[in-house]
Design a protein around this ligand. Sequence first.
Ligand code: GLU
Length: 466
Amino acid sequence: MPEVRYRFAPSPTGHLHVGGARTALFNWLLARKEGGKFILRIEDTDVARSTQESVDAILQGITWLGLDWDEGPFYQSKRFELYQEFAYKLFDSGKAYRCYCTTEEIEAKREQAMKEGRKPKYDGTCRNLPAENADKPYVIRFRAPQEGVTAFRDLIKGDITFNNDELDDLIILRSDGTPTYNFVVVIDDATMGITTVIRGDDHVNNTPRQILLYEALGYPVPKFAHVPMILGSDKARLSKRHGATSVMAYRDMGFLPEAMVNYLVRLGWSYGDEEIFSIQDLIEKFSIENVGRSAGVFNPDKLLWLNAHYIKAGDPQRLADLLIPFLKERGVDPSKGPSLPAVVRTIQDRAKTLLEMADGAVFFYTSDIAYDEEAVAKQMTPTAAPLLTALGEKLEAVAEFSHDGIETAFKEFCAAEGIKMGQIGPAVRIALSGCTVTPSIYEVVEVLGRDEVRTRIRRSVEFLTK
Ligand code: GLU
């Protein structure tokens, strides 16, 4: 079997959009599943709109998602000579011709056609000129067939047919010698040996033109799969209006790459009614045939749900590493205080994002916590101070400062005082964390450690008796 080769070919004119990320994922998954290659190509022929900043942002985005590439990144801007060579190859074989029509002439003809209700199309003035005049400025046009149809079987959309008389004699080289978009894509995909092109369905209309070019150049035509767009909740194409569209914005909001990958692949692809897919599952199970024909609607709640799932199931050490920048943003230095993975363990069950997790972790690292006034008013009854003092002493005397040892101490304390846990729990929570919503109290006590618990309980008693 010949090697299968997939590619992702972003235009570096902005960040990595979730739609682009999904296209990249589909290609990468199939390359990995089929033991093929995944090639990265930067489509920066539009020099005015392409920036290094965007290239960096795109590479950062796909790297964050965990996608690695086997070849590239190739830059179209560095391959102009190759494109010119191919353009002249077509010219030499008569499959392309010099066109001397000026922009003004073309524009006038276009206006005339519109006026007469005809589709504007190059009229072939220079198609069969008896003599060439290489001194005059010219573009190189592809001599496209005028009759018949160009058809292909899209792996997602099924059979697609275009009438050739609708296709123009495409300009492949401009008068300044720069190549045009559809031409370079074909030269690249052909010379890079791409076997399947998976891309956004905004490129469907380019495909017949590209197929004609492959045929003219004598290269095999790859398979094509055009992936439907991602829509917002109002069924319009997903845009900034709907919220973040950049993959990296999701990282900054505290999403895990595995949640993003799971969400994006599952958006438009299904496998029974399963929802949770690890990368390994996806590599095994993904197939382009199971990608739906209709556009998927981006659902932030579902992404959040998946993220919560992966946080809950995540390795505490890894989550701790991912959490550090979020804590630093909050002025917290997690190297000073309880072990971060231990803190993570206490909060990972409930946090939906790393951002929430960071918010929930801050109190572990600040003795100087601010008490939630409302909670204090409600839960810190006049009897709380002596109870807290007594509890502090009890905890001080716990032989083994472990979860079980602490739980036993609390139970013994409540029994001795003749109270229920509910009568002291909220006050302890406030004393230790500033508010009443925290993870398991025994875990918090354990993770904070004996000294810190002592300090915080004393501080709360001082606060209450002031
Ligand atoms: N550069 C194109 C884009 O970013 C992709 C073209 C292709 O995949 O053929 O939309």
